[in-house]
Design a protein around this ligand. Structure first.
Ligand code: ADE
Ligand code: ZN
Length: 368
């Protein structure tokens, strides 16, 4: 078991090949990790938002960084989305999206993210008259720059806003298909309750028919039935959030059997009151039930931390072992859309860095 936190915490850990007795923060940072649930609009830090508001002459209802941060006291998903969509109004040209993207990628790289699968919300921008092409080109330039500078790989995923109609999603898919070489897949986000996956079955059919990968937010605020629908009607390859699966034991069994990755976002879940405090988060139970749980940051500028902070928050609150932290990193790679050879290479690298205590042979059979 994991030793209780104490004055000598860190010195009583079993020997590790990579990080003997080192801090848990350095250990997690140095594990190669994929980030699979990250809305690029959710990386808009208050400082950049105010700078872009000045650049474009946009009048925001917030005068200072302090006033802005004070608005981040959310009561649920919708109260967050209201602020998130309002602030996105400062993102106007290709250069804005390039800066937004590269700032995130730089930060992710410093935290040991080797592969990033990034969401963006085209409709949030096209509805304001911003060209789809400007958004995609700014993000593409940032992603290729991060690949060149840091060796980071990526996938770009366009999400449909589920509070809008299926017809509007279908028109958005037409634009996605015009940028087929840059966009790897489509997802589904925004206000969940009342907007079940079934509403978008035809759009997702068409997307898959064009070879796009598919994911969907389900079981964040919505019921387990939405997770079933996402799997059965949208044929998604993984579930974003999915934490409410626990209310349906047969669904949990299915997710374990099919090794469907859940992209869990711990700090988001607490800030949006899916769980009232981190100590009550179900991540550790889901992990120990054999689910392919991953840790992600969702909208880090709004929820108080990037990927490393999310890992450390659950480690601290739930008492994860170093072996479990390595499992989360392996799951992120295995749950990604990386090709099999890259997946195997990263998993071997995690094996070499992982501190599994005296029982490390168990990981030689990790299924990719
Ligand atoms: N858009 C950005 N973050 C989201 C979340 N956590 N759930 C639904 N839509 C989102
Ligand atoms: Zn999300």
């Amino acid at each position: 078991g994991r030793p209780k936190r104490s004055a000598i915490y860190g010195k009583i850990r079993p020997m590790s090949r990579a990080n003997p007795g080192g801090s848990v923060a350095a250990y997690v940072r140095d594990l190669p990790k994929a980030e699979l649930h990250l809305h690029i609009e959710g990386t808009l830090e208050p400082e950049l938002a105010l700078r872009l508001a000045r650049k474009h002459g946009v009048a925001l209802p917030y005068a200072s960084v302090a006033e802005l941060r004070a608005a981040y006291d959310f009561s649920d998903l919708q109260s967050f989305l209201d602020v998130y969509y309002a602030l996105a109004d400062v993102l106007r040209d290709e250069d804005d999206f390039y800066h937004l993207g590269l700032s995130y990628l730089q930060r992710a790289h410093e935290q040991g993210v080797v592969h990033a699968e990034i969401f963006f919300d085209p409709q949030t921008h096209t509805a304001r008259g911003i060209a789809f092409g400007a958004v995609v080109e700014g993000l593409r330039l940032a992603l290729t720059e991060a690949q060149r500078r840091f060796g980071m790989t990526h996938r770009l995923i366009a999400c449909f806003l589920r509070h809008l109609s299926a017809a509007e999603a279908s028109r958005t898919l037409d634009e996605v298909l015009e940028h087929r070489e840059v966009i790897a897949g489509v997802g589904l986000d925004s206000s969940e309750v009342g907007h079940p996956p079934s509403k978008f079955a035809a759009v997702f059919d068409r997307a898959r028919g064009q070879g796009l990968l598919t994911v969907a937010h389900a079981g964040e605020e919505g019921p387990p039935a939405y997770i079933h629908e996402a799997l059965d009607l949208l044929a998604v390859r993984r579930i974003d959030h999915g934490v409410r699966c626990e209310e349906d034991p047969a669904l949990v069994q299915r997710l374990v059997r099919e090794q469907i990755a859940l992209t869990v976002c711990p700090l988001s879940n607490v800030r949006l009151r899916v769980f009232d405090r981190m100590e009550h988060h179900n991540l550790k139970r889901l992990l120990e039930a054999g689910l392919r749980v991953t840790v992600n940051s969702d909208d880090p500028a709004y929820f108080g931390g990037y990927l490393l902070e999310n890992y450390l928050a659950v480690e601290r609150a739930l008492g994860l072992t170093r072996a479990q932290l390595a499992t989360l990193a392996r799951n992120s790679i295995a749950g990604s859309f990386l090709a099999t050879d890259a997946t195997r290479r990263w998993i071997r690298e995690i094996d070499a860095r992982a501190d599994e205590g005296l029982h490390d042979a168990q990981w030689n059979n990790y299924v990719v």
